[in-house]
Design a protein around this ligand. Sequence first.
Ligand SMILES: O=c1ccn([C@@H]2O[C@H](COP(=O)(O)O)[C@@H](O)[C@H]2O)c(=O)[nH]1
Length: 234
Amino acid sequence: MNNKSLPLIYVALDFETAEEAQQLITQLDATQVGLKVGKELFTAAGSEWVRRWVEQGFSIFLDLKFHDIPNTVAKAVVQAARLGVDVVNVHASGGRNMMETAKAALVKEPHQPLLIAVTVLTSMSDDDLLEIGVQRSAQEQVKALAELTQSAGLDGVVCSAQEATLLKSALGASFKLMTPGIRPAGSQQDDQKRVMTPEQAQRAGVDYMVIGRPITKAADPAQAVSDILASLAS
Ligand SMILES: O=c1ccn([C@@H]2O[C@H](COP(=O)(O)O)[C@@H](O)[C@H]2O)c(=O)[nH]1
């Protein structure tokens, strides 16, 4: 793991084109926020744009949620590290062998991003889990997958801020929590089910927040970022 201090907020760049993403990025300050590149933008724009944003000084979370056999995932996270991103992720439900193999491959790289694992998507509720055969509540399932992730040697998990207090007390302060499903008071919940406001998430002890639409769809995205940062500073 690298020791660089990472930003509290990663802006989710869920755009159709790199040009649209770049348009937003010109309004953002790399000393204030990081960028989260996910499946839509990465598939459309490719890795060259990710390199460019790294060169522009932004901390990048490459949110491709790898979920495959151990060899394939290990090779994919190594390629992510070579792009210079600071955070990369896999699905914890890919299992211990997959996570351990990915970590073992990453530690040989000169640049080592944080390797974290997705527990239960923040768009899922207890009922959604039941439908896919998971009898545990979202909170219990997050905790079980986070424990597996920690014992496989990864740096942290993606979870909702609703589980942060539980995970920090069970797994310790240094195990990193990256939390999407952040919604400033009064904003739309969209497809997210396990949400918290930025202030609630901060109080719950999350390390990093992923915030997309409340910033990217705001009339003034830079102002939306400033408002959120101001709410967290007080
Ligand atoms: O459990 C998860 C894992 C990843 N995400 C991603 O975060 C952003 C959230 O965007 P919003 O617009 O703030 O809802 C999005 O890119 C997801 O792919 C997540 O939401 N939940």
